[in-house]
Design a protein around this ligand. Structure first.
Ligand SMILES: [Fe+2]
Ligand SMILES: [Fe+2]
Length: 165
């Protein structure tokens, strides 16, 4: 629980301090995404773009993973919640309080994002990781790719060899 609280605080502070992507970061993103997917990426709040780029940098050796990392949280744009409301939504959800409206959409951002990604023809891996993170690897997905993406979403680098173990 303390670990969870610390994670929440870190995420909150990181969110407040997040810089929008620089022009060179924007170019890097655009190189890895089709135009329609890139439009979803850039429709995110600057803080979510920053998080996605940080995750993608940790898997930068594999373009398929970069795509999935860049796009995994695009569903959050549907909820349009600010940092305080997000933190509250996470706490209330952990306490089992039923959420409605934008709050419920925030909690369901994975599924919502996956739907949008499928519409724009994102890769099956990108759709699956958006839908299933943070959670176990679905049967139809490469477990090494999943383990690397999940670790990167937690801020850790896991190389292909380690992930395969
Ligand atoms: Fe997420
Ligand atoms: Fe994430």
């Amino acid at each position: 629980m303390i670990g969870t609280a610390r994670h929440l605080v870190e995420r909150f502070v990181g969110f407040l301090l997040a810089r929008p992507p620089s022009p060179s970061e924007q170019r890097w993103v655009a190189e890895h995404l089709d135009p329609a997917a890139a439009a979803l990426f850039f429709a995110q709040r600057a803080e979510d773009q920053r998080h996605a780029i940080e995750v993608a940098r940790l898997v930068a050796d594999d373009p398929a993973l970069v795509e999935a990392a860049l796009l995994h949280d695009v569903g959050k744009a549907d909820a349009a919640l600010g940092p305080v409301a997000r933190a509250l939504a996470t706490v209330l959800d952990a306490l089992g309080v039923p959420l409605r409206g934008r709050w419920a959409r925030y909690r369901a951002h994975g599924t919502l994002g996956a739907g949008r990604l499928a519409e724009v023809g994102a890769s099956p891996l990108a759709v699956a990781f958006a839908a299933g993170h943070p959670g176990p690897c679905p049967d139809h997905v490469d477990p090494v790719a999943w383990a690397r993406l999940a670790a990167a979403d937690d801020g850790e680098i896991v190389g292909p060899e380690t992930a395969a173990r």
